[in-house]
Write a protein that binds this ligand. Structure first.
Ligand SMILES: Cc1cc2nc3c(=O)[nH]c(=O)nc-3n(C[C@H](O)[C@H](O)[C@H](O)COP(=O)(O)OP(=O)(O)OC[C@H]3O[C@@H](n4cnc5c(N)ncnc54)[C@H](O)[C@@H]3O)c2cc1C
Length: 296
């Protein structure tokens, strides 16, 4: 029986794990992929205090060092469900793990466009990760779908590698203001295509070839990077009745769900700002709350 099981080892989960382990809690963590979570896919982070200009993978590696140095046990498996009861159960395909408290820190994934051919072209011209796939399109023309902060940040990264980057935006102006928006406007090889909605993705031999818009205009690109919002990774919690209609975990000010002992932090909860600093802060706050409840 563990004092605490943390599901998800992105910035939120790692931060909670560091506090819990240093306080002497009996702790177990799960991640289905890599420690560091989404950080592993971010080119450059300029707004995480103390680490200005670091690469996402560098910060993720630093998280991993903390996990290793503190001897925090991380099982590299997907959690399939969480069961409530006096003792909570975390279920994986190989077994069940018991805990007094559970923190859900499973983050979000980018939304799909939802049009024909999209799934077939994923990995063949369609991507959600400029850092992972950008280099395949060196000196080529590519497009970014979306014009939020993440989309602009990724367009700037691609502009360093690709010949030309088109930003496809459904509105008539950018709704984002500030640092990234100014840099996009100043970057010579980025062009924003306003009031464009994708109708069709055409392929040649199974590889993305042309984007057709609803106004019948066309754009030939080698790749389309999609950043049109996110979907929380919470479908494995659907039995618990703690999710909003959009799938975010509902929590109170202490990050506790309506089920005592089950908490959620980071990008899985509904909030105004989805950032590393916020996720890390929430990890510290929730771990401290659990530590105090155990010591009481
Ligand atoms: C393109 C892009 C650029 C960004 N740039 C910045 C930036 O410059 N600065 C900034 O502050 N923020 C940035 N962000 C936001 C930042 O990445 C997130 O706010 C942060 O990573 C959230 O941390 P998290 O721990 O909540 O989730 P995540 O980082 O998403 O980690 C969740 C972890 O949970 C694991 N997991 C999921 N489901 C399961 C399961 N069932 N079982 C086991 N493990 C599971 C995943 O493998 C993952 O490791 C950016 C985001 C994107 C998409």
């Amino acid at each position: 029986m563990y004092d605490l099981i943390i599901i998800g080892m992105g910035p939120a989960g790692v931060s909670a794990a560091i506090y819990a382990k240093r306080a002497g809690l009996k702790l177990l963590c799960f991640d289905k992929a890599m420690v560091g979570g989404y950080l592993n896919y971010i080119d450059r982070v300029d707004n995480y205090a103390g680490l200005y200009g670091s690469s996402g993978p560098d910060i993720a590696f630093n998280f991993l060092e903390a996990i290793n140095n503190l001897d925090i046990e991380v099982i590299n498996k997907e959690v399939l469900s969480v069961l409530d009861g006096d003792v909570k159960k975390v279920v994986t395909k190989d077994g069940e793990y018991l805990a007094k408290n559970i923190i859900i820190a499973t983050g979000r994934i980018p939304k799909k466009i939802g049009i024909e051919n999209e799934d077939n072209l994923r990995g063949h011209g369609i991507s959600n990760c400029a850092l992972c796939d950008g280099a395949f399109y060196r000196n080529k023309e590519v497009a970014v779908l979306g014009a939020g902060e993440s989309a602009l940040q990724e367009a700037l990264y691609l502009a360093n590698i690709c010949k030309k980057v088109y930003i496809i935006h459904r509105r008539d102006k950018l709704s984002v203001i500030g640092y990234n928006a100014s840099r996009v406007k100043e970057t010579g090889n980025i062009e924003i295509l306003y009031e464009k909605v994708i109708a069709k993705l055409k392929d040649k031999d199974g590889i993305l070839d042309e984007i057709v818009f609803t106004d019948d205009s066309k754009l030939k690109v080698s790749a389309l990077f999609v950043y049109i919002g996110f979907k929380p990774i919470t479908n494995f919690l659907s039995n618990l009745d703690i999710l909003t209609n959009e799938g975010y975990v509902l929590v109170n000010q202490s990050f506790e769900t309506k089920i005592k002992g089950i908490y959620a932090i980071g990008d899985t909860i509904k909030k105004d700002l989805y950032q590393i600093s916020v996720a890390v802060g929430e990890g510290a706050v929730v771990a401290n709350k659990i530590i105090n409840s155990i010591l009481e």
